[in-house]
Design a protein around this ligand. Structure first.
Ligand SMILES: [Mn+2]
Length: 300
């Protein structure tokens, strides 16, 4: 495990150096110029990017990071996918994601990394800072309007929900297959000039079990947060972005970058919002839609 962790961090370092040299045009497809201005946030939360897999929507994520700056960036777990280490898949766009994060650090953004279950090898580094990234088991984030949020990835509740970890691995295989089909569909739709649409996200939405799973998960996380004396909880893991009150607890989930391509952001007043980046696909250069901001604002 330690060896795996070492090679991944070495790889990230090497990737950053290579990227440095790749400032000139290369064979890598450049991102289309964006028709949007950059936006600054007090805080950005992202998770479940699953870098190292085919499912990762790295071009969209790199584009999002380029167009959204922040004082603090929380990486809320499953950023790298260590479960896929034998089938490691890396692209120039994923390189660029790493480069965008390092660029943010250079520009003064504080980056806090809370490892999840797919990048649990990084939990060995809890309490340390690597490449300017602070690694921590969990964090307490205080919003601009004084709300205290417990920041966790959220996989620790899988057992309580009744899903063993080995079952999650089996699920991961099936899920990877669904994502492959999804990417094929994405390529066809792109060729037809249609907007990004997620098959796996759609399947999850229509499967009743998944819905029940999500609501049970949300309640369990909120209940656990209540015992910690915080105002809210910020997590990821289930790939389902959300902002809602559960009892007295503000439940926040920043979604993912394999299906929904969403982030949770906080403005200077402490307002929280889910940003969905999927409809601003770089590939749709001729027809750049404005970023759809969904799931509304909440006065936290
Ligand atoms: Mn997870």
């Amino acid at each position: 495990m330690a060896e795996t962790a070492w090679s991944v961090s070495a790889y990230v370092g090497a990737a950053a150096l290579r990227s440095e040299r790749r400032q000139r045009p290369s064979s890598a497809r450049p991102l289309a110029p964006r028709a949007r201005a950059s936006r600054h946030h007090r805080t950005i939360f992202i998770s479940d990017t699953h870098l190292g897999t085919r499912g990762c929507k790295a071009e969209l994520l790199a584009d999002f990071l380029q167009h959204n700056s922040c004082d603090t960036l929380y990486l809320v777990g499953d950023i790298f996918d260590g479960w896929q280490i034998k089938r490691w898949y890396w692209t120039p766009a994923q390189d660029q994601v790493v480069r965008e994060v390092l660029k943010k650090i250079e520009h003064g953004t504080r980056v806090i990394y809370v490892p999840g279950n797919h990048d649990e090898f990084l939990r060995e580094y809890v309490g340390q800072t690597a490449f300017g990234v602070e690694v921590t088991r969990e964090a307490i984030h205080e919003t601009a309007n004084g709300k205290r949020l417990l920041v966790i990835h959220g996989d620790q509740f899988d057992g309580v929900i009744g899903c063993a970890k080995w079952l999650a691995h089996v699920g991961d295989r099936a899920y990877t297959l669904a994502l492959k089909l999804n990417d094929g569909l994405h390529a066809i739709r792109r060729a037809l000039g249609l907007q990004y649409w997620s098959l796996s996200a759609y399947l999850k939405r229509v499967v009743k079990n998944a819905v029940e799973y999500v609501s049970r998960y949300e309640e369990i996380v909120a209940r656990a947060a209540a015992t910690r004396g915080v105002d809210g909880v910020m997590c990821g893991h289930i790939h389902h972005a959300e902002i809602k009150m559960i009892g007295d607890i503000l439940y926040l989930n920043d979604g993912d970058w394999v299906e929904s391509c969403s982030a949770l952001v906080e403005d200077a007043s402490g307002n929280l919002e889910i940003l969905r980046w999927a409809n601003a696909a770089p590939q749709g250069a001729a027809n750049v839609a404005p970023t759809r901001r969904q799931a509304a604002l909440i006065q936290a």
